[in-house]
Design a protein around this ligand. Structure first.
Ligand code: SAM
Length: 237
């Protein structure tokens, strides 16, 4: 399933260190403060949205589910880019939903978006074949039981629906590590700490393929490894 074999085979990758699911207010960092850091990633978010809308060919009036939208910048960019889309954000953290609601109001897209609080491990609130598109960005490495979520995605996505799962990878190569070491010097202490823990919680392309093969997405996906990230999309796209 992996389009390009990662170069990780030849070097030792440290074991995965899970990070925990919900991102919530902390004494040293409120979600409003974290939101300011998320805003600095707009270019990355725009590229992700454009890839989904234009390379994966999302149709007008599609019903979109985003898992783990956090402060919802991807949701907002998608809604602004196509005003016919209806987007549901399923987010485990109430603190993130508080910030996300402020952001969609300020950006004038609240009529297109609704947030539901809950874990994507159990999407009982959605019927079979509910969504045309399911996306998630930077959330997979937080999931305690990714198999359950992949099965739920397979259940609530319409036949021929589009999915796109983007997340950081743990087995970053030398080039990415050099970039990381320079960039982290420019970040506030808390943010560079969380960047590191999220890399350590990421999967390698091989690990995530092994997990996907145990789920109802087996034979339906393609893994595309990139410098820092892994993209998982429909096999035929
Ligand atoms: C690192 S943030 C990414 C936010 C946003 N997608 C982005 O890329 O800016 C990960 C988000 O996933 C949420 N999350 C983690 N596990 C989840 C789960 N099982 N179901 C729903 N949301 C989850 C976290 O609370 C957090 O808001």
């Amino acid at each position: 399933m992996i389009r390009e074999l990662s170069k990780s085979k030849s070097r030792k990758i440290p074991p995965r260190v899970p990070e925990g699911e919900a991102i919530i207010d902390m004494p040293e960092l409120s979600m409003e403060e974290l939101n300011e850091e998320f805003k600095k990633r707009m270019r990355e978010y725009r590229n992700f949205v454009k890839f989904i809308l234009y390379k994966l060919n999302v149709k007008d009036n599609s019903k979109v589910l985003e898992i783990g939208p956090g402060p919802a910048w991807i949701t907002i960019i998608m809604a602004q880019e196509n005003s016919t889309l209806k987007i549901t954000g399923l987010e485990i953290s109430e603190d993130m939903i508080r910030v996300a609601n402020k952001n969609i109001e300020a950006e004038g897209v609240k009529d297109q978006i609704e947030f539901i609080q809950g874990s994507a491990e159990d999407m009982h609130q959605f019927d079979v074949n509910s969504f045309d598109v399911i996306i998630t960005h930077d959330s997979l490495h937080h999931w305690d039981e990714p198999e359950k979520i992949f099965n739920e995605i397979a259940r609530v996505l319409k036949p021929n629906g589009i999915f796109c799962i983007g997340d950081g990878r743990r087995d970053i190569g030398l080039g990415a590590r050099l970039i990381y070491n320079v960039m982290k010097l420019r970040l506030p202490k808390e943010i560079s700490y969380y960047w590191k823990t999220s890399i350590n919680a990421g999967y390698t392309p091989e690990e995530i393929s092994e997990i996907l093969d145990k789920t109802d997405l087996k034979n339906k996906y393609k893994v595309i490894p990139d410098l820092f990230e892994i993209l998982i999309i429909n096999k035929l796209q």
